[in-house]
Ligand binder design. Structure first.
Ligand code: C2E
Ligand code: CA
Ligand code: CA
Ligand code: CA
Length: 277
């Protein structure tokens, strides 16, 4: 027993060490990615049920020469912890606004919005409002085509300051979407105080919609809430026609998911309606 205990300790120790090393090498990779411009953006279309393209969500991609493609689920939390999310987020915003500006001269795409994910650190950064304002000005992007996605957890801390920042950006025309809605700490009372434009039904509710009556109930509630607060509601993670039709039946009008289009580089975006009839 004594031996085993010792081995277990060693085993634990070496995995811990491996984890620390993996973390350190990812961190080093992230720093290099920023200085050597190794990030790129993918875009995933968002549609209205009438077939109209509304815009796209911007999703960050990183391929490291040693680690290969790393999921944002893995590197975003690390970038948040070490503060690198601020320069990375600024880069995403800059690229997205440049993209918006380049679409403005194309009659097919001039109305498309881009939805950019925000990290809590960005929102709480004192120069955040100035950064967004400057980026819009410098790129010439129409603020009305910029959507910022935030999550409920981002609203937990210092809500008054966050509302103030949102109001300043809203005054410029920037819109806000509440991402992963229903999965976080929901305080419905502040919803009416936030200058929101849209609620985003989390993909986890969509995934089990057809099998789990409680997911359907949650989606119904979000749609009813959206309608009474006069907010648009978009469903993400729509993978099958059956899910799409069920959501439409419940009154949802805006959709995003693999069924309608995967996240792709900008050149591969298709403006042809992908919505099932
Ligand atoms: P999210 O904002 O909830 O983004 C939706 C995720 O679902 C994306 O994963 C997207 O590729 C994926 N997805 C889209 N359609 C489907 C579908 O039909 N089925 C399934 N199963 N998944 C679908 P991705 O690109 O791996 O991003 C993961 C998360 O990383 C995002 O979740 C977001 O929280 C974060 N993230 C991505 N890009 C950025 C960024 O530029 N800044 C920040 N702060 N976070 C980002
Ligand atoms: Ca999002
Ligand atoms: Ca989401
Ligand atoms: Ca998510």
């Amino acid at each position: 027993a004594k031996n085993r205990g010792r081995n277990q300790y060693c085993f634990y120790d070496s995995t811990l060490q491996a984890k620390v090393l993996a973390r350190a090498s990812m961190l080093e990779g992230l720093r290099l990615a920023l200085s050597e411009q190794r990030f790129c953006l993918h875009y995933q279309m968002q549609y209205h049920s009438n077939g109209q393209v509304l815009g796209a969500e911007v999703l960050l991609r990183w391929t490291d020469p040693e680690l290969g493609a790393v999921s944002p689920e893995d590197f975003i939390p690390l970038a948040e912890e070490c503060g690198l999310i601020l320069p990375i987020g600024a880069w995403v915003l800059q690229q997205s606004c440049q993209q918006l500006a380049s679409w403005q001269t194309d009659p097919l795409k001039a109305s498309w919005h881009l939805a950019v994910n925000l990290s809590v650190r960005q929102l709480h950064d004192p120069s955040f409002v100035a950064l967004v304002t400057d980026t819009l000005q410098q790129t010439g992007a129409n603020p009305a085509n910029l959507v910022l996605e935030l999550t409920e957890t981002q609203l937990l801390q210092d809500i008054e300051a966050v509302i103030g920042k949102m109001q300043q950006l809203r005054a410029l025309g920037v819109r806000f979407s509440l991402d992963d809605f229903g999965t976080g700490y929901s305080s419905l009372s502040y919803l009416k105080r936030l200058p929101l434009h849209q609620l985003k039904i989390d993909g986890s509710f969509v995934r089990d919609l057809l099998d789990d009556p409680s997911d359907e109930a949650i989606i119904r509630t979000i749609l009813a809430l959206g309608s009474s607060l006069e907010l648009h509601v978009i469903a993400e993670g729509v993978e099958t026609t059956a899910q799409y039709l069920a959501l439409k039946q419940l009154g949802c009008q805006q959709f995003q998911g693999y069924l309608l289009g995967r996240p792709v580089p900008v050149a591969a975006l298709s403006s042809a309606p992908q919505i099932p009839a």
